[in-house]
Design a protein around this ligand. Structure first.
Ligand SMILES: Cc1cc2nc3c(=O)[nH]c(=O)nc-3n(C[C@H](O)[C@H](O)[C@H](O)COP(=O)(O)O)c2cc1C
Length: 385
């Protein structure tokens, strides 16, 4: 058995990622904004929910596939857009997209990827690829990105709305995290302590692949500087509407917590609303994705799909999200930990762990298909007499 197969949980994969990555990069993935309250709540609010199994049900065959944004996904799962995946493993975006394709689930490429839109498309032509867009100050650059994504066969546009400015992430501030890493005494020491990561990094380097002409790879910038330079904090629903029209295809809206905003997204024709606080990385002290989900589900009322994003660490979390009314979940950190631990095999392991946990949960809950999961699967304590 390979080292990666010995990782039996998402937490094990995180441990392996921590061992392979320089500390400030591990913390960039792991961390959140402010006190990291929302980050913790994302995980804890899902973990706190209890399930109510039924017995005496035929669970001899189980079905985990769902219809998601007009295509079949083998699991109710999407790999979330995450910037700089190529910093955690050489060719990180391509490795993750391949693992997603193999598992039959969608992969969403970030605006801030290391590999470009075209590179990922060329390496993984067959997969269900989504492209995530941040609103950019430069309309020509933004239109160019939309066209490049369309021409490269990305099926779904994912507009992320919760990054008007960059969240204040204290771990990154303390670590003075920049791209590339600025060679300070401490970063040199942490990088030298991670020779396997360093060898890969020296081979491939790192850059913002979709901004090759705009942000030259020389020089050091914090992600906050990169965002301030390029992203448009003045974008409104009018911008979203215009981009949707320009895209002229299926689109989803990511970063919604308020039911009113979910309704706006539905009115504009979004195929799905992604209930998300950016993994607790933007505004701290907002509700967890799980806490915000039920009101959004109620407001959307079946007119669009709903995806929960944030805090999924177990296969049972996929069941819990379905029981709260979500159609599927996105994962960010869990697949990045797998990626940082072992590249494509690590992401495959992340997905496999969640798939196996989900399958066992369905069997033991007495629910033979993900489609049949509903609110009855949750345990509600009887009110005190
Ligand atoms: C390292 C890292 C980079 C991210 N970059 C992006 C990004 O470029 N675009 C985006 O929409 N969300 C980004 N996110 C947020 C994820 O898409 C997702 O919302 C979040 O990771 C979900 O929480 P989870 O990590 O608990 O699964 C990033 C998250 C992480 C951890």
């Amino acid at each position: 058995m390979g080292r990666i197969e010995r990782a039996v949980s998402i937490a094990d994969l995180r441990t392996l990622a921590r061992r392979r990555l320089p500390r400030s990069i591990f913390e960039f993935i792991d961390g959140g904004a402010g006190d990291e309250r929302t980050l913790r709540d994302n995980v804890d609010d899902l973990a706190r929910l209890r399930l109510m199994p039924r017995v005496g049900v035929d669970v001899g065959t189980r079905r985990t596939a769902v219809e998601l944004v007009g295509a079949t996904a083998a699991l109710p799962l999407v790999l979330a857009p995450t910037g700089l995946a190529g910093l955690y493993w050489p060719g990180g975006e391509t490795a993750a997209a391949r693992a997603a394709e193999q598992a039959g689930i969608p992969f969403c490429l970030s605006t801030n990827s290391v590999a470009s839109i075209e590179e990922v498309a060329a390496a993984v032509p067959g997969g269900d690829r989504w492209f995530q867009l941040y609103f950019l100050k430069d309309p020509v650059l933004m239109s160019g990105m939309l066209r490049r994504a369309k021409d490269s066969g990305y099926r779904v546009l994912c507009m992320t709305l919760d990054l008007a400015v960059h969240g204040r992430r204290e771990r990154d501030l303390r670590n003075a995290f920049t791209v590339p890493l600025r060679p300070r005494l401490r970063t040199v020491a942490e990088v030298l302590a991670r020779p396997a990561w360093l060898a890969g990094f020296l081979r491939t380097g790192v850059r913002f692949g979709n901004f090759a002409d705009v942000a030259p790879s020389s020089g050091f910038s914090s992600i906050a500087q990169h965002v301030a330079k390029l992203c448009d904090a003045s974008a409104t629903w009018r911008t979203i509407e215009a981009v949707a029209r320009e895209w002229d295809g299926p689109f989803v809206i990511k970063g919604v917590l308020s039911p009113q905003d979910a309704l706006r997204a539905v009115e504009l024709g979004a195929e799905a609303v992604i209930v998300s606080n950016h993994g607790g990385r933007q505004l701290d002290h907002v509700p967890s994705a799980a806490a915000a989900l039920p009101a959004v589900v109620q407001a959307v009322a079946g007119r669009a799909q709903v995806i929960l994003d944030g805090g999924v660490r177990r296969g049972v979390d996929l069941v819990k999200a379905r029981a709260l009314g979500a159609d599927a979940c996105m994962i960010g950190r869990p697949f990045l930990w797998g990626l940082a631990a072992a590249g494509e095999a690590g992401v495959a392991r992340t997905i496999e762990v969640l798939r196996e946990e989900l399958d066992i949960a369905l069997a033991l809950l007495g629910v033979p298909s993900v489609d049949a999961v509903n609110a009855d699967c949750l345990y509600r304590e009887a009110p005190a007499a």
